[in-house]
Design a protein around this ligand. Structure first.
Ligand SMILES: [Zn+2]
Length: 191
């Protein structure tokens, strides 16, 4: 399993849930992950490589997952009080991003980050891929639980829901992806 450093994560149950999900991601063995709870603007969780500019052609070997205390600026829905399956689905998605980042060099990750910001198409592809990787790792039910939670929650604003609709896999797509017995189509790496 990857080495994990928790920073500011006050709830034992969050730490346990994270480790539990990580346990399913064998491909991350040997990496170092930092789970840091802090204020995150505009989102709930965010996975990023820790960039070391002196190793441009080598790959980053550590990744940071930022975790907000509240679900996307809601000021009322605490991450620590999310239902277990919802939190698992969220972590599974973020770790899906880390798996997707892992083959890239530092330079490749810089280009990746820029493309994510400027290209809606690339962002959509990346967000879908994170869900696909999570589903392959066995978190189909949890990914669905997270999406249902966001879409059904009255206190989560429409901006967030619209963003989910625009960039993320829909509930129907997740169901199709999980019921499809054929292996997932490999997605061409554009970076
Ligand atoms: Zn994502």
């Amino acid at each position: 399993m990857a080495t994990v450093v928790f920073q500011n994560v006050e709830h034992e149950h969050i730490r346990k849930t994270f480790l539990n999900v990580l346990n399913q991601y064998d491909s991350l063995d040997g990496y170092k992950l930092i789970l840091k709870q802090r204020k995150v603007k505009g989102t709930t969780m965010q996975a990023q490589p820790v960039i070391n500019l002196t190793k441009l052609f080598g790959g980053p070997d550590r990744y940071k997952i930022k975790l907000a205390r509240y679900v996307r600026d809601s000021e009322s829905i605490k991450v620590s009080e999310l239902p277990e399956a919802v939190l698992k689905g969220w972590f599974a998605h973020e770790l899906g991003h880390v798996v997707d980042y892992a083959p890239h060099s530092t330079l490749g990750m810089i280009r990746y980050g820029i493309k994510y910001l400027v290209s809606d198409r690339f962002r959509k592809m990346v967000e879908h891929r994170a869900d696909e990787i999570a589903i392959e790792a066995g978190f189909h039910k949890e990914i669905l639980a997270t999406k249902r939670f966001v879409f059904d929650h009255d206190l989560i604003d429409d901006g967030y829901k619209n963003q989910m609709r625009k960039y993320y896999m829909s509930i129907e797509e997740v169901e199709m992806c999980a019921s499809d017995k054929s292996p997932l189509q490999p997605v061409a790496h554009e970076v």
